[in-house]
Design a protein. Sequence first.
Length: 181
Amino acid sequence: MSRDRSGDGKRSPDGKPEAEQPPWRRDFPIDTAQDAYVARRDYAKFLVLTSLAFVVGQFGIAFAGLKRAIARAPAREVARVEDIPPGGAIVFHYPGPHDPCLLVRDVDGSFVAYGQKCTHLACAVVPHVDKKRIGCPCHEGAFDMATGRPLAGPPRRPLPLVKLEVRDGAVYALGVEDRTV
């Protein structure tokens, strides 16, 4: 590209002298040679700041996981054994008041509990104890009642498992395990 006639070293993008430039280019002069120039110092600052942002993000993720591990939900009684007949189910809220869970008693008398929100679009799931399934009525999804793993429909992740303990005639929820596989 050629320099303009003023001799100040600035070049226009089309290389024409300044007298031949359109009015808008004179109002908004941009030195294209300097426009794309990045000094090594500026580039190094960018790399350091970007790396620092990634490190801070990783520490944030680790801190959140640690905080979640420390603040585990306390054990809480969710039902009495005699209140749930074999083949029955109840809804309870654990660990918080906005976390619905489903406690199912199989016909053999064993208990299992899962989060009641479908892992596809958070519809409320319902037990089908006779079929050994937990179904989602929204999109015909189905989960295995024994494992909580998806069997049919759009859900790809298993239901969150609520860890249980039965003692002294009561069922206690001990914690929630979010599972991905």
